[in-house]
Design a protein around this ligand. Structure first.
Ligand code: GTQ
Length: 342
C-alpha cells in the first residue's frame, strides 16, 4: 500500500509547464483529494437555522419583492461549508424557505430537479401538480416530482411558509438543471389522491381498473403521519416511518428520501453512522442534537443539516416530531449506501 505519494513539488518546473500546456495533470499529487482513505472528506458542514430568525427575513422579502419579481420567493439555506450564497445545504440537498402571501400565485413551471414541500406555517395554500390541487396544511409533505408542471396559490388570510427540499445540486452538477414556464394549470374538480384512491394504507385502486401512475400520491397529510407515529411509539416500536409510493412501496422520489420520526419527551437516539447527508426539520417539539460534536438546540419549525458519515445524537426535551430528508434512494441506486456502527 502506498503511503506518501509524490507531490507537485517533486516534479521539475519545465515538466509541470509542459503538462499544463498539453491540458493534462498528474493524478498522484491529487489522489488523496479525490480518493481519501476510509471515508469521504465532506465539504459540507452541519448548519442550523432557527425559524424565529428566518421568519422576519422572509416577511421582509414579502414587502421588498413582489412574487411577480421573484417567480419563487425563497430564502435559500446555505451550507456553512460552502459559505454565503451557496445554493445548497448539503452535497445533494437544496433547502429553501418559501413565502406566499394571501392571494398570491407562484406561476406554473416545470423543471428537471424534483421538489418536496414540508409545510411550516399558515393555512389556505395549495400546489397544483399536473392539474391535481394539493392542499398544504402544516406538517404536510407535498411532492413535485421532476418533469411535473406545478404552480402554487394561496386562498387563506395569513402568510404561508413552507420548506422546499430539492435534488437541485445533483442536477446542477450534472449540468442537467433547467426549467420551462407556462400558463397556470386548469385544476381537476376532484380532491387529491390522498383523499380518494389512497385514503387508507394498504388499499390501492383495483388493478383491473387502474394503470398506476409513476407518482400516484403527491400529498402526505400530517395528521395521518402523526397518528401512525404515535401508534408505533405507544407499542414500544422505534417511531420512524419512511414516506413511500403507495403502489410500489418504493421511496417517493428516485433521489431523495423522507422519513418522519417521533421522540418521546426525554428520549435519546443514537442512529448508526450513515453514508447519506441529511436535513432535519422540526415539525413540533423541542430538544437538542449533536452532529459531529456540534450541539444544536432546536424547537418548532427549526431546520438543521448533517454531512455524510456524521455521528448524530438526538435528545428530545418535550415530545417531538421531525421529518428528515436524505439521499439514501440515490446512494442505494448507485450501490454505495452504507451504515456503520459508532
Ligand atoms: O417552488 O418550484 O425553492 O422551482 C426552488 C426552485 C422552489 C418551486 C425552490 C423552485 C421552487
Amino acid at each position: 500500500m502506498s503511503t506518501a505519494l509524490g507531490t507537485m513539488d517533486d516534479l521539475p518546473e519545465d515538466y509541470r509547464q509542459d503538462m499544463a500546456a498539453a491540458g493534462v495533470a498528474p493524478l498522484w499529487p491529487m489522489m488523496r483529494n479525490v480518493l481519501p482513505h476510509g471515508t469521504p472528506q465532506p465539504v459540507t458542514q452541519s448548519g442550523s437555522w432557527q425559524y424565529q430568525a428566518l421568519r422576519p427575513l422572509l416577511l421582509r422579502a414579502g414587502e421588498l419583492t413582489p412574487v411577480e419579481k421573484a417567480e419563487r420567493r425563497v430564502l435559500v439555506l446555505s451550507d456553512p461549508g460552502r459559505g454565503a450564497g451557496a445554493m445548497q445545504a448539503t452535497s445533494s440537498i437544496y433547502l429553501g424557505m418559501q413565502l406566499l402571501l394571501p392571494g398570491e400565485t407562484a406561476p406554473a413551471h416545470v423543471h428537471t430537479p424534483s421538489a418536496v414541500r414540508i409545510m411550516v406555517e399558515g393555512q389556505g395554500a395549495f400546489t397544483v401538480v399536473d392539474g391535481e390541487r394539493l392542499p398544504m396544511e402544516p406538517g404536510d409533505l407535498v411532492l413535485t416530482p421532476g418533469g411535473e408542471w406545478h404552480d402554487h396559490g394561496h386562498d387563506g388570510a395569513d402568510p404561508v411558509v413552507w420548506l422546499d427540499a430539492l435534488d437541485l445540486p445533483l442536477f446542477v452538477y450534472l449540468e442537467g438543471s433547467y426549467a420551462t414556464e407556462g400558463p397556470l394549470q386548469a385544476q381537476r374538480n376532484r380532491p387529491d389522491a390522498s383523499q380518494v384512491e389512497y385514503l387508507a394504507a394498504g388499499l390501492a385502486p383495483s388493478r383491473g381498473r387502474s394503470s398506476a401512475r409513476r407518482y400516484p400520491m403527491m400529498r402526505y397529510p400530517w395528521e395521518r403521519t402523526e397518528a401512525a407515529l404515535r401508534a408505533m411509539a405507544a407499542y414500544g416500536d422505534v417511531a420512524e416511518l419512511d414516506f413511500v409510493n403507495p403502489e410500489t412501496g418504493d421511496d417517493v422520489l428516485p433521489t431523495m428520501g423522507f422519513t418522519a420520526m417521533m421522540l418521546a419527551a426525554g428520549e435519546k437516539v443514537e442512529p448508526p453512522i450513515k453514508s447519506t447527508s441529511a436535513a432535519f426539520h422540526v415539525v413540533k417539539g423541542a430538544g437538542r442534537s449533536t452532529v459531529n460534536g456540534k450541539v444544536i438546540e432546536w424547537s418548532d419549525k427549526d431546520t438543521f443539516t448533517a454531512p455524510v458519515f456524521s455521528e448524530i445524537t438526538h435528545q428530545a426535551e418535550t415530545e417531538a416530531f421531525l421529518i428528515f430528508v436524505h439521499d439514501r434512494p440515490l446512494q442505494t441506486k448507485l450501490g454505495y449506501y452504507e451504515e456503520r456502527a459508532r
